[in-house]
Design a protein around this ligand. Structure first.
Ligand SMILES: NC(=O)c1ccc[n+]([C@@H]2O[C@H](COP(=O)([O-])OP(=O)(O)OC[C@H]3O[C@@H](n4cnc5c(N)ncnc54)[C@H](OP(=O)(O)O)[C@@H]3O)[C@@H](O)[C@H]2O)c1
Length: 289
């Protein structure tokens, strides 16, 4: 009993150290993983891989030696990404499929087809998302409904498909891309977007709880990105603490590789901002958001 407790404490301390390094020095952490080529022989499925963070993560994971199963609606973008990455890392395997995540049957078909291609899916990153959202009660229900559907119901379909594969394998890592905007209900144009991202974060936490209760070796990570410059915020004026897609993707991959349960990325300043958002009065949060 005492030995088991000691082992658990050692494991927790080791994980804590790893999480801290991955958060504070993501580039250094990734460099050490790169030297070990931690991804060799493993496969990662990424949705929304045709641009922004999905494509950015694919680039970082490919460098670590992972095989990639990538999907999105824009086929030519996926083909270009495949050629780019195989040119640089000829030893990895990349398969792509076009997928509209609102076609729920297709979500299950595509995920299962990737499982057949590779024989095993080690990690699935539920990343596809849209940022369009409008003030509530101003006649924009269709836009808000579509955002809620893509960011939450479609994410639910993707989680269902991924976790079914992981249950059958008795192994896997589910990663859900939420947003810093999920920390509180937010006003104006972002209300539906932030609600959809809060919903997906709760979904991930519920799946994590289910894996704990069922004692299944399936990890669940929720990522809360701050402002990262991609197509989702194209044309927007300079955003608070914004970073470019490469920096943001590296910070996300470092957090994912540390298998932390939840991470605000980049960790600084967003882990501090996240705490402030949770505890400040709604009036203050609404003014600064
Ligand atoms: N960038 C940020 O500041 C930020 C902050 C917080 C959270 N996030 C989240 O990060 C994720 C990635 O966003 P991003 O910043 O990389 O934006 P992005 O460059 O616009 O990428 C969005 C991706 O989602 C895919 N997608 C959208 N609708 C889809 C659909 N119906 N079916 C399949 N794929 C679909 C797009 O591919 P196709 O158009 O080719 O289908 C694209 O690959 C999103 O979930 C977003 O909410 C981003």
């Amino acid at each position: 009993m005492q030995n088991k407790l000691l082992d658990l404490l050692k494991k927790t301390a080791k994980q804590g150290g790893e999480h801290a390094i991955s958060a504070v020095q993501p580039a250094r952490y990734l460099q050490s993983l790169n030297q070990k080529q931690v991804g060799v022989g493993k496969t990662i499925l990424i949705t929304g891989a045709s641009s922004g963070l999905g494509a950015g993560m694919a680039r970082v994971f490919a460098k670590l030696g992972y095989n990639l199963a990538i999907c999105a609606r824009r086929r030519e973008r996926l083909e270009d990404l495949k050629q780019e990455l195989l040119g640089r890392y000829p030893d990895i395997r990349i398969e792509y499929r076009t997928l509209d995540v609102t076609d729920y049957d297709a979500v299950f078909d595509v995920f299962n087809a990737f499982k057949t291609d590779f024989g095993h899916i080690d990690r699935a990153i539920i990343n596809a998302g849209v940022g369009e959202s409008r003030r509530i009660g101003k006649g924009s229900f269709e836009i808000n409904r579509r955002t809620a559907e893509i960011n939450f119901v479609s994410a639910l379909a993707q989680c269902e498909a991924a976790v079914a594969i992981f249950r059958a394998q008795n192994q896997g890592h589910l990663v859900v891309i939420s947003s810093m905007s999920a920390m509180r209900g937010l006003p104006g144009y972002i209300t539906t977007y932030s609600a959809s991202k809060a919903a997906v974060a709760h979904l991930a936490e519920g799946i994590r709880a289910d894996m704990l209760v069922s004692k299944l070796p399936i990890d669940v990570t929720t990522i809360y990105p701050g402002y990262i410059r991609t197509e989702i915020n194209e044309g927007a004026k300079p955003l608070p603490f914004e970073v470019d897609a490469k920096t943001g993707s590296q910070a996300i991959v470092a957090a994912i590789e540390s298998r932390v349960e939840e991470a605000c990325v980049p960790s600084l300043p967003w882990s501090i901002v996240g705490q402030a958002m949770k505890h400040l009065p709604l009036q203050v949060v609404s003014k600064i958001s």
